[in-house]
Design a protein around this ligand. Sequence first.
Ligand SMILES: Cc1cc2nc3c(=O)[nH]c(=O)nc-3n(C[C@H](O)[C@H](O)[C@H](O)COP(=O)(O)OP(=O)(O)OC[C@H]3O[C@@H](n4cnc5c(N)ncnc54)[C@H](O)[C@@H]3O)c2cc1C
Length: 438
Amino acid sequence: MRHFAVVGSGPAGFYTAEALAKAYEGSAGNGARIDILDRYPVPYGLIRFGVAPDHQSLKAVSKRYDKVADSPGVDFIGNVTVGTDLSVAELLEFYDAVILATGAPHDRRLGIPGEDLPGVVGSAAFVGWYNGHPEFADLDPLLDGTHAAVIGNGNVALDCARILSKTRSEFHGSDIVGHALDALDRSAIRTVTILGRRGPHQIAMTPKELGELGHLDAALPVVDLKDFPPVEADDALEPGQRKSITILREFNDIRANKAKTMIFDFFAKPVRIEGAGRAERIVVERTELDDQGAARGTGETYEVPASLIVTSIGYSTPPLAGVPYDERGGKFRNETGKIADQLYCVGWARRGPSGTIGTNRPDGYEVAGLIAAAMPPGGSGERKGAAGLKALLEERGVMATDYDDWRRIEESEAANARPGSPREKFVRVDHWLGALDR
Ligand SMILES: Cc1cc2nc3c(=O)[nH]c(=O)nc-3n(C[C@H](O)[C@H](O)[C@H](O)COP(=O)(O)OP(=O)(O)OC[C@H]3O[C@@H](n4cnc5c(N)ncnc54)[C@H](O)[C@@H]3O)c2cc1C
């Protein structure tokens, strides 16, 4: 029997567990036991804490993950933080292989003056706040000014801008947490400027997410056609990107009077954030593209008013003691997912923060393939697996949880839901644990 520990129950963790279970399935008594560990008693990683609450259909992928958790040989061990409750080295003593699927939950910094002023928040924090992440439940973003800015030109930036611009009724059916819904309902924000260092052709926004902005109840997307290359230049783009640019151009044709605007400001590089005791404005330098397609400052600056500034410029994986780390890439140092003998990584912890939920699937399958090649099914190891891990956790007073516990939490959250909403999430670890009768 082989024992594998997958650390992290986001998409990458579940796809890897699924692939390992398949690879070792049916190897006559000498198969594998796969434990999926998570620092929280609730699974799914960014499916729960990242994917927008008004995009419920995307969250349905969690049903597939439930099937993995229910499959023979797979267990979920929640409420265990690797790096705090036990080290990677200790985990390696219990398991034949450890696969780090810890994601990339830290916001990258802009590195400009004024970034630490009140009113400036990273998108991981802002998204975590409206999605009920326990670390960010108390964020209390400043929503009392009329102007906000989102820095970044990816789908997460779009999520943040859209959430800031929707009306209360547009959240019907979502699982946005109650504290965020109430605060957004009281918000004074009327203008959200979306700043991108490069131009429309360089955006990383997908057609579906962009298209939604054209149909919001109270907010109008605004573009300046002067920022766009001639329309013929769109022909050189791959089809998805061409579609996105077409949607952006068409925003210019929308004729409607709405209370809020979402302004796309391209070729705009934040230089500093200013304000008396809190953010009031961003000083931005106009840019142009150089021969390599990178943004080059033109020296011309202007101000964008914003008392809430959400930075959405990427994420990094927190390092773990003893695990080689790639500082520049903000992820574990690895060769196609292998870090060292017995130690692997998948998902955002392997590749960095890009790609969709589905991108993590081939990633997990590839690493499971490497493991199966190194430890062919049918062989047996000497490790203790979950028995050893659980004994150590008990000795340390760590209350590990399982998938039945998660189901109890899930039921309580569903029972607490607002009408029309699938759940009202608990936003504190002790509330999750309080929902368990033990
Ligand atoms: C705001 C946002 C919105 C997104 N929206 C979409 C979308 O609409 N559609 C789409 O296709 N993709 C979307 N994505 C991308 C998608 O969420 C990622 O591709 C995917 O979640 C990455 O999976 P992962 O498993 O690597 O990391 P994660 O999903 O982050 O999972 C990591 C897991 O590891 C656990 N963990 C971390 N550290 C430890 C530790 N030390 N010990 C134990 N457990 C630990 C965490 O609790 C978490 O459960 C979005 C991403 C973000 C940030």
